[in-house]
Design a protein around this ligand. Structure first.
Ligand code: 0CM
Ligand code: SF4
Length: 332
């Protein structure tokens, strides 16, 4: 065999930054880890703590038990802690936990809780509330569940915004899911504002900083590359949106993969440039795994394309601060 036949084709890999874990995911995972450290195993978690199988499997191996509803927790374990996922829960869930005398920790992202509070304020001010979001997503179920059934109308599409008829004479207000497409949401909001100029908007965007920053980074990279890989799970809303943004920004191939083993190599045959990012719930380890898999087939050169700096961090729940402090000082 000649030397040239061994040569791998060159690949310019543009790594989006920011990518991967956000402050809310970091906090949620820490809550499970610290709860295991403080209370021992098992610790129950209602719903995937974040939408990532690798994260969930790692925590399961440490003693976390994942359930979808509180009534799946066996009678004998009702004294064990239960943690609510980063996506938030309807008001009925903590109420149910209290009725069962369960000890719970809330890992709802503070930026999701902020939207819950907006819903309550609008309701108190007697406004009719619209929620822009995706039906059936746990965050949407949680946000709608802050108020009684029927108090919030879900708007999923521009068509919904066009056909929506207020049910009351009350002033309108809208809130949104935190992980939406910035562009799609702008389109829906423009229609609502056009039809209802007095509609009350969030003071500060409900789409979170992490969602916005990761979409911006993909927009910067996508026009420079033939293909984009987003590391993330199919049930991760923010990861799905990144894949769409890449596709709409002109990438010929735009794939969402959980692990390197899911890559459909035929799609990447002959490419010379690739963009790579990760949803807010995808660990950096999995990004490294993808780079290693490409490096086996291509002569990869990596450039980082940074469009924002992120410094935000959230406080842990009071109950876990002591154990957080002692594990931090043990690590020093
Ligand atoms: O909301 P989404 O489906 O994007 O959740 P995720 O677990 O993938 O990301 C973090 C969050 C939240 C809320
Ligand atoms: Fe919070 Fe945004 Fe991260 Fe969701 S994606 S956990 S809302 S910071």
């Amino acid at each position: 065999m000649t030397e040239t036949s061994h040569k791998k084709p060159p690949l310019s890999l543009k790594l989006c930054a920011p990518r991967g874990f956000c402050a809310g995911v970091d906090r949620a995972i820490q809550i499970v880890e610290l709860a295991l450290e403080k209370y021992g195993r098992p610790v129950y978690v209602r719903h995937e703590i974040v939408h990532n199988k690798f994260v969930v499997d790692s925590l399961r191996a440490k003693g976390a038990v994942f359930v979808e509803e509180l009534d799946e927790i066996p009678q004998g374990d009702q004294d064990r802690p239960v943690i609510f996922s980063a996506h938030g829960v309807p008001k009925s869930v903590p109420a149910d936990a209290q009725n069962r005398n369960m000890f719970y920790l809330d890992a709802t992202c503070p930026l999701v809780s902020k939207v819950h509070k907006e819903a309550e304020i609008h309701h108190r001010r007697d406004r009719e509330i619209l929620l822009i979001g995706h039906k059936g997503h746990p965050e949407v179920i949680g946000t709608m569940g802050q108020l009684e059934d029927g108090a919030v109308t879900l708007i999923e599409t521009e068509q919904d915004a066009r056909s929506f008829q207020p049910r009351t004479e009350r002033q309108l207000a809208f809130i949104t899911q935190t992980t939406l497409s910035v562009d799609d949401t702008d389109g829906i909001v423009a229609i609502l504002k056009d039809r209802f100029p007095d509609i009350v908007a969030p003071h500060k965007e409900d789409i979170c900083y992490a969602t916005t920053n990761r979409q911006e980074a993909v927009k910067a990279v996508a026009p420079q590359v033939e293909a984009m890989i987003v590391v993330g799970a199919p049930n991760s809303s923010n990861s799905q949106r990144l894949r769409e943004v890449a596709e709409r920004s002109g990438c010929r191939v735009s794939a969402l993969v959980q692990r390197a083993s899911e890559i459909d190599w035929a799609k990447f045959d002959g490419i010379t440039s690739l963009g790579l990012t990760a949803g807010a719930s995808a660990p950096e380890l999995l990004v490294e795994e993808i780079i290693a898999a490409f490096s086996e087939r291509f002569d990869v050169s990596v450039d980082i394309v940074r469009t924002a700096e992120e410094t935000i961090a959230f406080n842990l729940p009071r109950e876990l601060r002591d154990v957080a402090l002692s594990s931090a000082s043990a690590a020093e």
